[in-house]
Design a protein around this ligand. Structure first.
Ligand code: HEC
Ligand code: HEC
Length: 271
């Protein structure tokens, strides 16, 4: 038999071999690009094409387009350490005007009289990311979300510049300063909890980690509980959810009370 006849479809063995290889290829492609992505419970796809793109590692189109909401959305904000580092006076001024509508809850000086978070002196990157997340729906709150939905990218940048520029004033309801609880100092290495200050520290601040000192105890506790229960899911790579889930209710209470009791005069790392 010449090689020509060997590699011809007239040879039944050759046809069967090619058929088998082709069939296997189609089956594995179906499994890899369609069945497996669909089997992942925590992912939702807008269309079959989305599923295939996701399996191939391509960015999903639905991630940037404001589609109808299905399940919790992931944060789409992008943070860099130098972002918003040098805002113009004009940006701060525009932010001040926009902030008038926020004052009723966050206070005219960025310090809340109620249990809304204080914004004065908060890192610009944090305010930027949180507003971005409230607007996209990655973080939701019945009271706050409506004030973020209509902000433009420029509004968000200006508001961040303005609030970051405001001085950190004492909280409205100062409480006696409490000693640092164990979980804040050491974390809990066995349970995978890093010391809080390794990210939230005044000097050693990891980009995107909010400044916590002087926030209301009620607010801090509610956020930790929301991270633990999955009510808040906008932390990138689940870094805060993993920590809060591993904390005991008592540790949550202690950490919230401790941070709420701290004075605001901590050096700003971004200055
Ligand atoms: C009606 C009250 C109200 C108004 C008005 C309001 N907020 Fe809020 N804001 C809240 C509450 C309550 C929270 C905490 C939400 C939560 O518990 O998740 C919050 C959270 C935030 C946060 C997140 C802070 C953090 O440390 O995570 C930012 C940033 C923020 N608001 C900015 C603004 C800006 C800017 C405006 C004006 C455009 C505004 N808010 C208007 C009530 C309000
Ligand atoms: C690995 C870094 C890291 C460590 C360690 C860490 N956090 Fe966080 N934490 C973050 C980040 C990042 C966010 C902001 C999440 C987001 O909205 O993107 C956050 C958010 C929070 C918030 C919500 C604040 C707000 O205004 O929105 C609280 C409260 C908090 N952390 C408390 C703690 C406590 C208490 C500990 C220690 C037991 C701790 N964190 C340890 C990174 C960390």
């Amino acid at each position: 038999m010449s090689s020509r006849e060997l590699f011809s479809f007239r040879n039944p063995y050759f046809s069967a071999g090619v058929g088998l290889a082709g069939g296997l290829f189609v089956l594995t492609a179906l499994a890899g690009f369609i069945l497996l992505p669909y089997a992942q419970k925590n992912l939702q796809f807008a269309s079959l094409w989305d599923t295939i793109c996701s399996a191939a590692g391509l960015p999903q189109r639905s991630a940037s387009a404001p589609t109808t909401k299905v399940g919790p959305r992931l944060s789409e904000a992008v943070l860099t350490p130098t972002m918003l580092a040098k805002p113009s006076q004009e940006s701060i001024g525009r932010g001040a005007t926009l902030a008038q509508r926020c004052a009723i809850c966050h206070g005219p000086t960025g310090i809340s009289r109620a249990d809304s978070p204080n914004l004065a002196g908060q890192y610009a990157a944090v305010i930027y990311k949180e507003l971005w997340d409230f607007r996209s729906g990655a973080r939701t709150n019945a009271i706050m979300s409506p004030f973020a939905v209509n902000l433009t990218d420029q509004d968000i940048a200006d508001l961040s510049a303005y609030y970051a520029y405001l001085p950190r004033l004492p909280a409205f309801h100062p409480v006696q300063q409490l000693p640092k609880p164990r979980v804040v100092i050491y974390g809990a290495p066995v349970r995978g909890i890093a010391p809080c200050g390794s990210c939230h520290g005044g000097l050693d601040n990891k980009t995107g980690s909010p400044w916590l000192e002087g926030q209301s105890e009620v607010y801090l506790k509610a956020q930790l509980q929301a991270f633990a229960s999955g009510g808040r899911v906008n932390d990138i790579s689940q870094q805060m959810r993993n920590i809060a889930r591993a904390m005991t209710p008592q540790e949550i209470d202690e950490a919230a009370a401790y941070y709420a009791s701290q004075p605001p005069d901590i050096v700003k790392a971004t200055d």
